[in-house]
Design a binder for this molecule. Structure first.
Ligand code: TEU
Ligand code: CA
Length: 545
């Protein structure tokens, strides 16, 4: 059987609002993406995950959809979308749509109808419950964006359920008519030529709010099986579920032999670094051993069944080089390259978040008022009530907040960073004067050139796609190392993930001599015994096993 195309492809996430503004209104848009496709073609990626471009009041920057088959006017038209699709296809790039069907916008026609009263035709597309005996919310389920997950609708005297913002009412997946509407909409996009879907918070669709269950609800895998039968079966598409609750125990049910999906974005490596009480809102230092343990465990668990989606960052997470590397001037470039090397030579499909390929960094805010993200404003009252002081909360926001990834793409040193000719919707990172695509791409040792090499290597070396993964020296606090093996060949990857030189003793299982595939400092053709690694030196050697 032929391998699915997405096993050797590399994905790239575009956050449309912040990618490229073609018409000078300060907001990125679809023609802007089309105009920049050659940047992505040069990188060599095979598929774009397009964050939502649908019509939306933008309470959560498009993750609150008011028309699943219409394009937000600020992003362009359906004709602009079709042109993007065609231009991408001409460059061998597929487009994966963001499927946001745990909830819609409260401004969707369905909800507008539903809130007309208890007998409204679309009432049952959403989740309505009578108040508790005291008149309060039906139970104490909380929204991920802070506060109760229930909002009172005075007109009908009932509460509606929303796991995110009050403007994002949850859809009622127990209603077969809702499911049919979703399947029909998915087919409509697939027939239009899209390459698949990234499925927003898909682990929440099986929820049972009456029993206090949000993630991993009793109906989750039944709904996915129905989606497979009704929409996906027989189509050569890439599907990736966003599942914060996915675990080593249930990942196979998403993407194993009988799973509906190609792969899952799971977040164990992200949450492993969070504070037990304050989550991501209390900054913590990187725990390299903990991080390696998580990746190694996932590599091993999905070795034969299932498929990993590999990523450092996305539009909800901090910038990779700031979170896991060293974003100071001395090591930013080399540490960004080392992180890329570690991730891209693992087994799975790597996903690059826009700007990562040029080593973009976190931004900084001095006051909560200066943050755009709804999550921060919703969580601050909750965190403050739990006892986190403003200064510590701000440190958490600066370390892990979502605006970090959402500052506009830095194309050039120009005043609008080549992103816009107007005032951008979210302040540019001031470092765009030095960190930008023009400057980085002009450097043969830049971050972009390194990503280009990694993407190209995956296409030419089956060992990177299929090789058996063996972790090395998991307990070493400084070095990340592993081996890939296939058909008598061995690929050993060794990376010093610190800003200091380290001496590393390579376990025997990693010994290799042959060709240097890639490096961040100087080529090596053999790895054996004691190895002196420079700061952020990463190297991969391919030889006989
Ligand atoms: O994110 C899922 C989600 O739960 C996030 O809110 C995440 O938990 C948080 O950022 C980390 O603290 C998806 C989308 O990626 C996100 O942009 C949306 O806001 C959210 O769903 C609702 O659609
Ligand atoms: Ca625009």
């Amino acid at each position: 059987m032929r391998d699915p195309w997405w096993k050797s492809a590399v994905g790239y996430q575009v956050y449309p609002r912040s990618f490229c503004d073609s018409n000078g209104d300060g907001l990125g848009d679809i023609p802007g993406i089309t105009a920049r496709l050659d940047h992505l073609a040069d990188l060599g990626i095979g598929v774009i995950w397009l964050s939502p471009v649908y019509r939306s009041p933008m309470a959560d920057n498009g993750y609150d959809i008011s028309d699943y088959q219409g394009i937000a006017p600020e992003f362009g038209t359906l004709a602009d979308f079709d042109r993007l699709l065609a231009e991408a296809k001409a460059r061998g790039i597929g487009i994966v749509m963001d499927l946001v069907v745990n909830h819609s916008s409260d401004e969707h026609d369905w909800f507008q109808s539903a809130r007309q009263g208890r007998d409204a035709p679309y009432r049952d597309f959403y989740i309505w419950r009578d108040p508790a005996p005291d008149g309060g919310p039906p139970n104490d389920l909380q929204s991920f964006f802070g506060g109760p997950a229930w909002d009172y609708d005075a007109a009908s005297g009932q509460y509606y359920f929303h796991l995110f913002h009050a403007k994002q009412p949850d859809l009622n997946w127990n209603n077969p008519a809702l499911r049919q509407a979703v399947w029909q909409m998915m087919r409509w996009w697939l027939d239009r030529g899209v390459a698949g879907f990234r499925m927003d918070v898909i682990d929440l669709i099986g929820k049972d709010p009456d029993r206090g269950i949000a993630a991993d609800g009793p109906k989750l895998f039944a709904h996915l099986a129905e989606m497979d039968a009704q929409v996906l079966a027989g189509r050569d598409v890439l599907t990736v579920g966003e599942a914060w609750s996915a675990s080593l125990d249930n990942a196979g049910r998403y993407c194993g032999r009988d799973g509906a999906l190609s792969m899952v974005f799971q977040f164990s490596h992200v949450t492993a670094g969070w504070d037990p009480v304050f989550g991501k809102w209390k900054a913590r230092t990187r725990d390299l051993v903990g991080l390696k343990r998580v990746f190694n465990a996932w590599q091993i668990a999905l070795a034969d069944e299932g498929w990993n989606a590999l990523f450092w960052s996305n539009h909800d997470l901090p910038r990779a080089v700031s979170k896991y590397g060293d974003d100071g001037p001395a090591w930013r470039v080399r540490s960004a390259k080392a992180l890329a090397t570690v991730l891209h030579l693992m087994k799975g499909t790597p996903w690059i978040y826009q700007g990562e390929e040029i080593g973009m960094t976190n931004t900084h805010v001095g006051r909560i008022e200066d943050v755009d993200d709804v999550e921060v404003h919703g969580q601050w009252p909750d965190m403050s009530a739990r006892g986190l002081c403003e200064q510590d909360f701000l440190a958490g926001v600066n370390a892990n907040g979502r605006d970090n990834a959402r500052t506009p793409m830095q194309w050039s040193a120009a005043p609008g960073a080549g992103f816009t000719s107007a005032t951008p919707w979210l302040a540019l990172n001031p470092n765009h004067a030095t960190i930008n695509a023009d400057a980085d791409r002009a450097d043969p040792d830049g971050v972009f050139a390194h990503y280009q090499r990694l993407v190209a290597l995956r296409k030419t070396h089956p060992i990177i796609v299929h090789g058996h993964f063996v972790p090395l020296a998991e307990d070493d606090p400084n070095v990340w190392a592993y081996v890939r093996e296939l058909d008598g060949q061995r690929l050993t990857m060794v990376a010093n993930l610190t800003s200091d030189p380290v001496r590393f003793t390579l376990p025997e299982a990693g010994i290799v001599a042959g060709a240097c595939l890639i490096h961040t400092r100087a080529p090596r053709t053999r790895l054996k015994g004691e190895i002196d690694l420079a700061p952020w030196e990463a190297v991969a050697v391919l030889g006989q096993a």
